[in-house]
Write a protein that binds this ligand. Structure first.
Ligand code: OGA
Ligand code: NI
Length: 361
């Protein structure tokens, strides 16, 4: 019995292996560079989750062309209606002609790759799990609580308390990240207006309730994986944010769960992916849905992505908005704030179980 407690069911000291890996500060990239052909056991996912690896070609994630969003034209209304439909049925859509220059996106992906491919002595300086550190690099944010680790390293930029001085960014990515964020902030404003209208509200609605107040940007690096059939790039999860704006390179591997089938979010050069987060589902009383997605590990890599998670005001409490509730459709969630929501989300780690039902009335 004691043996089981100390070494886990598989008879090895998992906590010790995890700690040793964390202390290398080299991440998954470090393992690959060391030439491993078999990875440590804590990367192996339970058979049940690996069993669901079949992919459906029956469905296609909606692609929305933003050309003409700014005009009081019929096209603007069409865009709003496409966003509404995608947010209700998929919780996901891809955006093209969204105004963020393709060269700015390409450069962003390049510098993320460059950051992660720096000599480990340079990169190590940024390794941290301290949430007070606004720019930090780590492998698996939930490494110490998760049942299985993902084949992924991350550099995170935390803008929750407002803009950061770019001097605080690693030199390799300073310029490109600043430029990218400038453009993403503009797109965020545009999406805030269009989504307000897609919810049947006035254009400034989501802004007035500070639903899209601040951001955390996580820039992921998924090295090529020697045993992709045993692990994931990212475990199935839904985002705790209000909205996520995701940039992915052209390698592929991102999938969304639609009608109980895994559907590829096929990379389109120049496109950005938007997905509804749990908090938007909560305040819209399930009108817009926050859908589970995952990233497959692949033999071909590295894959690089940047997810801008947009969050509501941390000081404010939210509950399902009255307009979305009625006698027939009572509020489905209790009042909460994003700090409490994230605390619950993080306490679980990415375990494949949604955080939202915990807040259900
Ligand atoms: C995320 C996420 C997907 C990707 O960061 O929440 O789902 O493609 N990322 O990296
Ligand atoms: Ni996500």
């Amino acid at each position: 019995m004691e043996q089981v407690l100390l070494f886990g069911k598989n008879g090895y000291d998992r906590a010790k292996e995890v700690k040793e890996f964390d202390e290398t500060k080299g991440g998954v990239k470090g393992l690959v560079d060391s030439g491993i052909v078999k990875f440590p056991r804590f990367f192996i996912h339970p058979q049940e989750s690996l069993d669901t690896n079949s992919t459906s070609c029956l469905f296609h994630v909606p692609v929305i062309d933003f050309t003409g969003y700014e005009m009081c034209s019929s096209r603007r209304l069409e865009i709003i209606s496409e966003i509404k439909e995608a947010s209700e049925k998929w919780g996901f859509f891809q955006m093209v002609n969204h105004g963020v220059p393709v060269c700015v996106m390409d450069e962003m992906l390049n510098v993320i790759r460059e950051f992660h491919e720096q000599p480990s002595e340079v990169k190590k300086e940024w390794y941290s799990r301290d949430p007070k550190v606004k720019v930090r690099y780590f492998s698996n944010g939930d490494l110490l609580v998760a049942k299985a680790a993902n084949w992924r390293d991350t550099i995170l930029f935390d803008f929750q308390d407002g803009p950061l001085n770019p001097q605080a960014y690693p030199l390799v990515c300073r310029e490109a990240v600043s430029k990218y964020m400038e453009h993403i902030m503009k797109l965020k404003e545009i999406l805030s207006e269009l989504m307000s209208e897609a919810l049947g509200q006035k254009r400034d609605y989501l802004e007035s309730i500070e639903c899209m107040k601040s951001e955390t940007v996580v820039c992921h690096y998924y090295p090529s994986c020697p045993q992709p059939e045993l692990t994931f790039g990212t475990t199935k999860h839904s985002d705790p944010s209000s909205l996520t704006i995701l940039l992915q390179d052209t390698i592929g591997g991102l999938q969304v769960l639609h009608q109980n089938q895994w559907v590829n979010v096929n990379p389109i050069h120049g496109a950005l992916v938007a997905n509804i987060g749990d908090f938007m589902q909560l305040i819209s009383n399930d009108k817009f849905i926050s859908v589970e997605h995952r990233v497959l590990a692949g033999r071909v890599g590295p894959r690089v992505s940047a997810a801008c998670h947009v969050y509501p005001n941390t000081c404010r409490k939210y509950k399902p908005i009255e307009e979305f509730t009625s006698n027939e459709n009572p509020p489905k969630y209790r009042e909460t704030n994003i700090t409490e929501y994230l605390a619950h989300f993080r306490s679980k780690g990415l375990d494949g179980i949604k955080a939202l039902p915990y807040f259900r009335l």
